[in-house]
Every structure is written in structure tokens, then in C-alpha cells.
Design a protein around this ligand. Structure first.
Ligand code: AMP
Length: 224
């Protein structure tokens, strides 16, 4: 099963992506995570990507496109993949489509979480990272995943870890605006990529403004 998931930063794409991954048992490939791992390991790729990521700009296509196409050729992707955070612009969508056609790989589902820009921004700023596990969802602005209060302190709602932090680019409003500017751009940005797929295949859209549980239910119903 080969799946793409679109949605602005803050739409719950990571949370829903983890649920889709579980359903189909395919690797969840998140471009942002790959970059951040390379930055923390101080690899040459990480060093090149860091400056762009810090200010919310896209890492250039000549770095990102081959990185992702190579990742999709790895062994664990033979059973399928869930691609999250790529394509992020029209050029990446065209490159992915051409590579899939050339390698005769079928795209089974293209999914999109719809969310308005203001709500997405608020949710990004509310995101909290658990030191024990980055996949423990915590957000001070979303009731369903609000951290728990313990002795006047917010702790991880999953494991109780007392060290909750924020991602630097999540608290920088200029960086958020830049990231959202790219997402909501229908000319060459991510919505242009979504429209590219809408012209070629069916795109499953779900309303991201409702609760996490409701988004999951709608998504799973439509994915079959
Ligand atoms: P994310 O974790 O998805 O918010 O991504 C964090 C950052 O990684 C983005 O703001 C970009 O700088 C970079 N990035 C992620 N995906 C891509 C992509 N498909 N193309 C270029 N840069 C990307």
C-alpha cells in the first residue's frame, strides 16, 4: 500500500499518519524527521539542511527529491510506504509522479487533512515534545491531547515525563508563517502539489478542524 498524506503543519498529520501506518504496517517516512535526525547526527546532509529548516524555508529540491526517491527504494519500502511531508511543492509532486510512473509503482491513496491557516498556527504553537518519546502527542491547545497537570506542572499525558519542550521552529511566528505560506500556495506550493494529484487520481480529503478521534474515524472510513 503506497500512500501520501498532505496537511498543513499543525493539522494533526503526524498523529493521523501514525494511525495509518499501524493500519497498513508500512514505514512512515517523514521528510522533516529525516532532516532532524541528520541534523542531530551532524551529517553533511544535516549541515546543509539546518539553515533552511531553522527559518522555515524548504530545503532545496536538488537535496530533498533524490533523498526521498532513494529512501523509497530501500528494502522496507517494498511492502509499501506512507509518505508525509513530501511532496511539498509542485516540482516535488512532478518528480515523484514521474519516478512512480517510470518504476511502475502504483499510488494507492492520496489523503489530505483540510485545516484553516489560523487554527493550524495555534495548534503548532501548542505542540509539546516529550523527552522520553517524541511520538507521545501533547498539545496545550487541543483538549484530547492536553498534557496532564501534576503539582502545578504540565507533564506528558502518555508517560508522565516531566520534561516537555517545544520545537524552536514551532515557536517562531515568522518561521510558521513561512511554512504556511508554502503550504497554502496554490501556484507552486503544497496546495499546488495537492491539485496536481487531484487532476490525476482520487484525493481523499478529511476535515481537520474536528477532534483527533473524529478525524481518525473519517479517515479510516474513507481508506477502507
Ligand atoms: P516538518 O517536520 O514537516 O515541519 O518539516 C520541518 C522542515 O523540514 C520544513 O520546514 C522544511 O525546512 C524541511 N522539509 C520538510 N519536508 C520538506 C520537503 N518535502 N522539501 C523541502 N524541505 C522540507
Amino acid at each position: 500500500m503506497n500512500i501520501l498524506i498532505f496537511g498543513p503543519n499543525g493539522s494533526g498529520k503526524g498523529t493521523q499518519g501514525a494511525i495509518i501506518q499501524k493500519k497498513y504496517g508500512v514505514p512512515h517516512i517523514e521528510t522533516g524527521v529525516i532532516f532532524r535526525q541528520n541534523i542531530s547526527k551532524k551529517t553533511p546532509l544535516g549541515e546543509k539542511a539546518k539553515a533552511f529548516i531553522d527559518c522555515g524555508e524548504l530545503v532545496p529540491d536538488d537535496i530533498t527529491i533524490p533523498m526521498i526517491l532513494d529512501r523509497l527504494r530501500e528494502d522496507d519500502c517494498k511492502k509499501g510506504w506512507l509518505l508525509d511531508g513530501f511532496p511539498r511543492n509542485l516540482a516535488q509532486a512532478e518528480a515523484l509522479w514521474a519516478a512512480l510512473e517510470k518504476e511502475k509503482i502504483k499510488l494507492d491513496y492520496v489523503t489530505e487533512i483540510d485545516l484553516d491557516r489560523e487554527t493550524a498556527k495555534k495548534r503548532i504553537m501548542g505542540r509539546r515534545l516529550c523527552k522520553m518519546d517524541n511520538n507521545h502527542p501533547n498539545n496545550i491547545y487541543i483538549d484530547a491531547i492536553k498534557p496532564i497537570e501534576k503539582n502545578g506542572k504540565m507533564v506528558c499525558r502518555v508517560c508522565g515525563c516531566e520534561e516537555l519542550s517545544t520545537r524552536a521552529d514551532d515557536q517562531d511566528t515568522a518561521a510558521i508563517d513561512k511554512r504556511h505560506g508554502i503550504y497554502y500556495d496554490t501556484q507552486t506550493g503544497t496546495l499546488a502539489a495537492v491539485n496536481f494529484f487531484k487532476k490525476r487520481t482520487k484525493v481523499i480529503s478529511v476535515d481537520g478542524s474536528v477532534s483527533v478521534k473524529e478525524v481518525t474515524e473519517e479517515l479510516l472510513k474513507k481508506l477502507k
